[in-house]
Design a protein around this ligand. Structure first.
Ligand code: SAM
Length: 320
């Protein structure tokens, strides 16, 4: 990401908060006034506000992510009777879809670190479906060893502090020859659902330089990094394939309603929401107007249709 004009921008190097996160202060001169952003590296409080927001907006988020999850499931080539661990399963929608594929002879364990999302998944689980949910940090949870045919995830594996350690830990849950299949975002620059609103607000709240290694939705943007992490974790036969889809962002019965809904979603979940945390109302109002204009330039009647770009990643546990 290009660094903003140095004459308008000052940046204090990050310092440690002592809990694994960093804190940095960024000052920007905008329209004669200085805006200071104090940013902690994202900690994605999945047991707090992030988890609450994902529960609140679950239906819209599922609409947005459906095509990507379907592509990952196709790559996973699920067979009836298989045992699957769905990592960072959220509200369980992918776990239910996987359970349908494995049938009564198989089983799906959905694991997630967010109590709110696990509660939602348990509440929504259809009767007589071979699925269970576990509140767990997938990086360290004592999963049964050597029992799963497949580790699956839809956008749930980019938030580990030590990704190679986490994947090595989860790999031990796989049978010899067992598979890994997940979908993760390519870069924010490749994803218009982020790039467009962030560009629209650049002169209102300029971008904060991101650490590409920090746990974050875009932490796996670099395929070389994914490959290195999975190799370190002991996987082989690693394949990383681009997958593009039009994202139906937000939903409404009219175009105006859809644009308003997309705006609400952008301010509640994802990078835009984090850019605005703690900003005063006047800045938020100006930014909302700018983002609305950017969304209104996109096609779509009942959703704002925006390009999304992901990697479909598959790999294998050696042996078997
Ligand atoms: C972007 S959401 C995706 C949720 C779900 N897979 C979906 O597609 O709707 C990321 C999910 O990963 C979960 N998560 C983050 N870190 C985790 C960890 N260390 N162990 C288990 N789940 C984690 C979050 O709680 C959240 O539900």
């Amino acid at each position: 990401m290009a660094r903003p004009d140095a004459r308008r921008y000052s940046y204090a190097p990050p310092c440690s908060l002592g809990d694994g996160r960093l804190i940095a202060n960024h000052s920007h001169k905008i329209g004669g006034r200085t805006v200071t952003i104090t940013q902690k590296t994202p900690n994605h409080d999945w047991d707090g506000k992030s988890g609450d927001n994902w529960v609140t907006h679950q239906l819209r988020l599922d609409l947005m992510l459906e095509a990507f999850g379907d592509a990952a499931m196709k790559a996973a080539a699920v067979e009836p009777g298989e045992h699957i661990l769905d990592i960072g399963c959220g509200a369980g929608v992918t776990s239910f879809a996987l359970a349908e594929r494995v049938g009564s002879g198989g089983h799906v364990l959905g694991a997630d670190i967010s109590p709110q999302l696990i509660a939602r998944a348990r509440a929504d689980a259809p009767d007589h479906t071979p699925v269970d949910f576990q509140l767990a940090d997938a990086a360290t949870a004592p999963f049964p060893q050597g029992v799963f045919d497949l580790l699956f995830s839809r956008f749930g594996v980019m938030f580990f502090d030590d990704p190679a350690g986490a994947f090595a830990h989860m790999r031990h849950g796989l049978k010899s020859g067992g598979r890994l299949a997940f979908v993760c975002w390519r870069s924010a620059q490749d994803n218009d659902w982020v790039r467009l609103p962030m560009a629209a607000i650049r002169d209102i709240v300029p971008p904060v330089p991101a650490d590409p290694m920090a746990p974050d939705p875009f932490a796996f943007a670099d395929p070389a990094r994914i490959s290195a992490i999975l190799t370190d974790a002991g996987f082989d036969e690693i394949a990383i394939t681009p997958f593009d889809a039009i994202i139906p962002y937000g939903h409404g019965t009219t175009r105006d309603e859809a644009i308003d809904d997309a705006l609400e979603l952008a301010f509640a979940v994802g990078p835009l929401s984090r850019a605005f945390a703690g900003q005063p109302d006047d800045i938020r109002a100006r930014a909302a107007a700018a983002v609305r204009t950017a969304f209104a330039a996109r096609p779509g009647e009942t959703s704002v249709l925006i390009d999304g770009a992901a990697w479909i990643v598959t790999a294998r546990n050696p042996g078997g």
